[in-house]
Every structure is written in C-alpha cells, then in structure tokens.
Design a protein around this ligand. Structure first.
Ligand code: KIV
Length: 275
C-alpha cells in the first residue's frame, strides 16, 4: 500500500509502529521499498556513508536532488522523504521554500526533513503552506555538530528536556507531520511522543517512539568507520560483499571466470575469413 503523510497520521492514531530506513540510490531504494518500510529517508548522512565526508555539513542541494531522484525512481510504496542540507533553509524563509520545492520538483521527494525547533518554525510553516509536507528533527541534529561540540546525547538536563518538549509542540503547531528524535533519553522521547499528536520517529531514542529510523549501512554492517550505541546490526552484508569480491578476484586471477556460460560465441567461419 502506498504510504503517505495520511497513513503516518493513521498509524499514530492506531498505534501501528512506523519503520523508516535511509537509501541514497535506485537499487537500494527498490530493495528497501520491496521489504515494506513505511518511509525511505534520503538523509544528508549520505555525506558520510556515501561520499566519505567527516560530517553532513558539506552536502549540497545538488547532492540531495541527485540522490533523491534516484531513490524516488526505485520507491513505489514507501513515502520518500528528502533531507534539506545545511544552509538550504537556515538563511531565509524564502530560500527554505524554494529549496524544499526543488527537492519535490527535481528530486521527486514527497516530503522534506529539516533540523531544529522554534528557530525554524517560520520555515516549517511557510513550506507547509506551499503544500510540502515537513518532517522535523530534534535532539542530536547533526548539522549542529560544531555547536554541540560533538555527537552527544541531547535533552538530559531539566532545561534541555523542557526545550525539546517545547520544540516538538512548536513543530507540531507549525504543521510538521512527524518528528525525528535523535539521541535523546528513552523516557524523554516517550514523554514527547505522548505529548504530541504527530508521530515521532526515533533513532537512539528508545522504544517509546511511534517509529524507528536507521541508516541502512549501519544496520546491515556496511559502514565500519564508527558504530553508534543505538545501532543494532540486522545483517552482516559488508562481510558478505567483501567475501563475494574476494571470490571474484580469486576466480579472475585463476582464470576460472568468465566460463563458457558467461561468454558470447561466434561462427568459426566468420573468424576464418578475417585477414
Ligand atoms: O541524515 C540522516 O540519515 C538522518 C537520520 C539519521 C535520521 O537524518
């Protein structure tokens, strides 16, 4: 069944948990979509897991459009959500609406995600007013890594926890259809999830959220630079891929590949007439 922001809202009402995974290209999107996820996030995490940057700050609108369009071609049922990269929405409300529109028009996303709370409420309101669904993102917002002084759990003090709850309410009021909660204590995420009427999607935020999201390379064991505490490995695909490559190298080196079945033939007559 095609997943939309309406089915997200229904899931919140019925208590059906939502599953979201990242994807950045056509083949993975098709695979992930076929497995029945609720949503595919074209995250700006692509800067790290696909492009090899140290953080997400170098990702551009062009990167996001390029990868989102590939994912959209592969996703038939999942809701396609595209991240708005660093500086694509912080500068002005007008720029935010234009860039969100580009992700829809050129990237064929069905919704956009942006990071931040009360400070981005004007942007969220304006993008929603342009009929573009917005997913919020609170807690450890990776585009603020330099301001946070590293990748740290957020919302642990009374003041920070209250701010997170207030920000979630502000995003809901501005028209966001869902909110990602990243790296926040589980009990706080549960309290926020109960306090708002739109679904929360957790990553390192415990089981009390209305849904979960992971970066696919993390949960499939395909990214070894570092593994956050909240990642559960559901497969060891990285090892399986490396072992397939090793087998290929050995087969080529030993002359076992290609064999007859992978080879095209030609009439000997044709060859004999060559001069
Ligand atoms: O960029 C991303 O992949 C994300 C998820 C980790 C939520 O924002």
């Amino acid at each position: 069944m095609k997943q939309t922001t309406v089915t997200f809202q229904q899931a919140k009402q019925t208590g059906q948990k939502l599953s979201m995974l990242t994807a950045y290209d056509y083949s993975m999107a098709k695979l992930i979509d076929g497995a029945g996820v609720s949503a595919i996030l074209v995250g700006d995490s692509l800067g790290m897991v696909m492009l090899g940057y140290d953080n997400t700050l170098s990702v551009t609108m062009e990167d996001m459009i390029h990868h989102t369009a590939a994912v959209a071609r592969g996703a038939k049922n999942a809701l396609v959500v595209a991240d708005m990269p660093f500086l694509s929405y912080q500068i002005s409300v007008e720029k935010a609406v234009r860039n969100a529109g580009r992700l829809i028009q050129e990237g064929h996303a069905e919704a956009v995600k942006l990071e931040g709370g009360s400070t981005v409420v004007p942007q969220v309101r304006a993008i929603v007013n342009a009929s573009i669904p917005v997913m919020g993102h609170l807690g450890l917002t990776p585009q603020s890594v330099n301001a946070f002084g590293g990748y740290k759990v957020q919302g642990k003090t009374q003041e920070a926890a209250q701010k997170l709850l207030d920000d979630a309410r502000a995003l809901e009021e501005a028209g966001a259809f869902a909110i990602v909660l990243e790296c926040v204590p589980a009990k706080l995420a549960q309290k926020v999830s109960k306090a708002i009427s739109i679904p929360t999607i957790g990553i390192g935020a415990g089981a009390g959220c209305d849904g979960q999201v992971l970066v696919y390379q993390d949960m499939m064991g395909m990214f070894s630079d570092f593994t956050p505490k909240f990642v559960k490995r559901f497969g060891e695909i990285g090892q399986a891929m490396q072992s397939a490559v090793r087998d290929y190298v050995l087969a080529v080196e030993a002359g076992r590949f290609p064999s007859e079945e992978h080879t095209f033939s030609i009439d000997d007559d044709v060859l004999e007439k060559l001069y």
